[in-house]
Design a protein. Sequence first.
Length: 143
Amino acid sequence: MDKIMLRLTVVDDYPPVASEGVWAERQPDGLYRIANLPFYSQDACYEDDVEVQVEADGLKWFRRVGRSSGNSTLRLVFFDVGRARTPEVLARINALGCSWEGMSKAFFAVNVPASVSLDSVLEYLQECFEQDWLDYESGLLRQ
């Protein structure tokens, strides 16, 4: 596995970093398949095959998506009042056909495969949001 760096656009101190790294596996054609969920990037999703540029220091930086996986990425933030519901929400996310990775007890990235209805996932998250214990935002939406 190789680490691929993605540059981020920071607006009003968000995200809290200017770049993030994702793991990727080199493919026979020279592209790199992203092997974990990006938390902040709006340029690539899990399982995308991407082109990279290798800098003088050896770091591999994302250039563009060479082949799209068709997947979409969402981010979830649980407010303190909603933390007890985290397992319930993540189980529902899984039941809808999605996968997720956690950065902390409150912050998660969600992969919505191309075969899953993005609308059904967004409808569920909107219901949670309207109860004031969870917020969500899009990373990169493809459906």
